[in-house]
Design a protein around this ligand. Structure first.
Ligand code: KG4
Ligand code: ZN
Length: 338
């Protein structure tokens, strides 16, 4: 079997990323984060596209150099086709098309959501791969999905959010507490010092495997407003307990749905991905579920959970093996189904 070298490009949201894979092994994985959005409290699409345009060439150059290969050795170029912000996607796809044309090599379009799921198949020492079928929980600032994964390209969303994503629930709660964006990691940090049972927030009642997080945000807002009337320093004096209680509520919402998904499908392998899977409470709870529920849980290396190009590369590798290529007429898509 000849070696396959894939250059992968990810530009769906606010991170410009490039990676080089040799078969299923990552040779380089470069990400340029866009810090410009912090001051706006969220990603500004127009600014994201401009930053991608500035970053894309240096990031790809860095990824090829770090992989220690010549660009002539590349077998194919994989890029994120969608879903994502259209202006951001166009920067990555245009670059990928041009480079594939210049090198006379195949072009591979990758679904970003499939990539979050298939990131578990990157060869990495100390990390097991799930076997088919398994359940994937993808949780980030943009996504909240439970997916039944039957095979590499045979997967079905069986539950998803009807409003905010989990990451937004973290970030909007943090904003109510006066914390800077993105507040998810800060809630995690303070939660580790607090009592998760200090305050109770009602969980949403959503039938089946779907999620809803917008009610939680409102419940937290009203709770904080009321407490501040009694004591203006309430947040400062109780920050750790508030964060621990918010995080606990979010974890319970996720776990309730996962338990239902396991019950309905009979599948006990759970693989998580997306930036929120960095959360220490979620990680600990899932690890504990291996003992308490007999599940096998898979948590990828951190750099493969947040938006990255290595996950685009592993999908690119599978599609290369299947010879699933695109012509240069392929178009970016803000929305695509799995
Ligand atoms: O995957 P990601 O880097 O970007 C996308 O949204 O696609 O995810 C970012 C999200 C943000 O909402 C951020 O607050 C959240 O992941 N996040 C966390 C933690 N680290 C990142 N949320 C809770 N706990 C964390 N440790
Ligand atoms: Zn993502």
């Amino acid at each position: 079997n000849p070696e396959v070298f894939i250059l992968a490009i990810e530009s769906s949201c606010d991170d410009t990323a490039a990676a080089v894979l040799q078969n299923d092994k990552v040779l380089s994985n470069v990400v340029a984060n866009q810090l410009i959005h912090t001051q706006y409290g969220g990603v500004v699409p127009e600014l994201a596209s401009r930053a991608h345009q500035q970053n894309i060439v240096p990031v790809i150059d860095a990824a090829i150099r770090a992989a220690n290969i010549n660009k002539e050795q590349l077998s194919a170029i994989a890029f994120t086709q969608g879903p994502g912000l259209m202006g951001s996607l166009l920067v990555g796809s245009s670059f990928a098309k041009s480079m594939a044309l210049a090198l006379q090599i195949p072009l591979i379009a990758v679904n970003h959501m499939q990539a979050h799921v298939l990131a578990h198949f990157i060869a990495e020492d100390g990390y097991d791969r799930p076997t088919f079928p398994f359940l994937a929980l993808t949780i980030s600032g943009g996504h909240t999905q439970i997916i039944r994964v039957n095979d590499f390209f045979d997967m079905k969303v069986i539950g998803e959010t009807t409003d905010d994503a989990v990451g937004e629930a973290f970030d909007k709660s943090a904003k109510i507490l006066g914390l800077p964006y993105p507040g998810g990691p800060l809630i995690d940090k303070f939660a580790q010092l607090g009592n998760p049972r200090a305050f109770a927030f009602t969980k949403p009642k959503v039938a089946g495997l779907n999620f809803s997080f917008s009610g939680l945000k409102t419940a937290i807002l009203y709770f904080i407003q009321k407490k501040k009337l009694e004591n203006p320093n309430f947040v400062d004096e109780n920050l750790n307990d508030i964060c621990a209680s918010i995080q606990q509520t979010i974890i319970e919402i996720l776990m309730d749905k996962l338990k239902l998904a396991v019950k309905e499908t009979g599948i006990k392998q759970i693989a998580i991905g997306g930036g929120v899977s960095a959360n220490s409470g979620i990680r600990n709870t899932l690890k504990a579920a291996e003992v308490s529920y007999g599940w096998k849980t898979f948590i990828p290396k951190f750099e493969y959970t947040t938006d990255n190009a290595a996950m685009i590369g592993i999908v690119g590798y599978q599609k290369f093996l299947n010879q699933t290529f695109e012509t240069s007429a392929v178009v970016s898509k803000a929305r695509i189904q799995l």
